[in-house]
Design a protein around this ligand. Structure first.
Ligand SMILES: NC(=O)c1ccc[n+]([C@@H]2O[C@H](COP(=O)([O-])OP(=O)(O)OC[C@H]3O[C@@H](n4cnc5c(N)ncnc54)[C@H](OP(=O)(O)O)[C@@H]3O)[C@@H](O)[C@H]2O)c1
Length: 283
């Protein structure tokens, strides 16, 4: 079993710097049941290699992905694993949030959801309404914690008016080459991350290994550092990411080789000067 370093997120909650993403396991927006065993084996294999945090969402595979996560975890001691799921940005009205969380809980087959994120903001629904539903889910112990995904600074600030509950994380598209110009947000590295850290909100980086696109890691600096540390360029990119303060990365990985490669990537040290050179790549 490999050890994945953990960070203290909130009071007694510690989380590993590397979790497992599940987008496209069991379908994109609708269920694809043709490879269920493959995905369940992948999740079980990740757990066997030391993964303790699994990230999923109500919309993944039209709910089917949550079922696969539940099935994969069914033979393990649930209390040792942490599941994050998300309510769609299209379902942020009071009743919709309650219904979506309960449906996720049932599909996952758990008594309580560890962490529920608002998947993306929706200007059509007042955030006060969404947060009152979150408060109810916390009070009723349907969820242990709540957090955000793809949220900008002004909305995070507003949420503070409607709840005393901690915002555990803001899940953002963030990697070596996506710093301030992502699909949902601008100014991630320059504004959103510093604001979150100042306010005790951790960062979860989605798309941390650039979708495995090898053409993107051809950069000479990555190649040179890969040779220097005898690592792959993806390991260099992931190591740079998890060295950021209060940051967790959640690559989707289904091949055992990728799971091993990514776990190895989070537990070696690069020289500060090399990390600084990688910092400068995104400017
Ligand atoms: N909050 C949001 O809006 C949002 C949006 C998108 C994604 N997410 C979450 O973030 C997770 C990660 O993002 P993502 O899946 O879009 O992209 P990603 O993790 O950057 O890339 C996943 C792809 O990279 C491959 N891969 C994994 N490790 C690799 C390595 N070491 N070397 C080369 N290729 C590697 C995987 O292949 P194999 O599967 O074959 O191993 C898979 O094809 C998602 O699964 C999801 O849970 C959240």
């Amino acid at each position: 079993m490999n050890h994945i370093p953990e960070i203290l997120i909130h009071e007694t909650l510690s989380m590993p710097v590397l979790g497992l993403g599940t987008w496209e396991m069991g379908g994109r927006h609708t269920p694809d049941r043709s490879q269920d065993n493959h995905w369940i084996d992948a999740i079980v294999s990740a757990i066997g290699l030391g993964i303790k945090h699994i990230d999923t969402a109500a919309i993944y595979g039209g709910g089917h992905t949550e079922k696969l996560v539940g099935q994969a975890l069914s033979n393990f001691d649930r209390s040792r694993y942490f599941i994050t799921t998300k309510v769609s940005g299209d379902n942020l009205q009071f009743g919709e949030v309650l219904r979506s969380a309960k449906a996720s809980k049932n599909r996952l087959g758990v008594d309580q959801i560890d962490l529920l994120l608002l998947h993306w903001p929706n200007p059509a629904t007042p955030i006060s309404q969404t947060i009152s539903a979150i408060n109810k889910l916390l009070d009723d112990q349907v969820i242990r914690y709540f957090g955000l995904s793809n949220f900008p600074v002004e909305l995070i600030r507003e949420i503070g008016f409607y709840t005393d509950a901690p915002i555990i994380t803001n899940q953002l598209e963030y990697n070596l080459f996506t710093r301030n110009n992502a699909s949902y947000n601008r100014n991630i590295e320059s504004e959103i991350i510093p604001f979150c850290l100042k306010n005790g909100i951790s960062i979860t980086a989605w798309r941390p290994v650039l979708k495995g696109d090898t053409s993107r890691v051809n950069h000479p600096l990555l190649q040179a550092l890969a040779a220097k540390y005898t690592k792959t360029p993806f390991q260099i990119a992931l190591n740079w990411l998890v060295h950021k303060p209060q940051l967790m990365a959640i690559p989707k990985m289904s091949s055992e080789a990728h799971i091993r490669e990514n776990i190895e990537a989070v537990s070696f040290e690069m020289d500060k000067a090399d990390l600084s050179q990688l910092d400068a790549l995104g400017i």
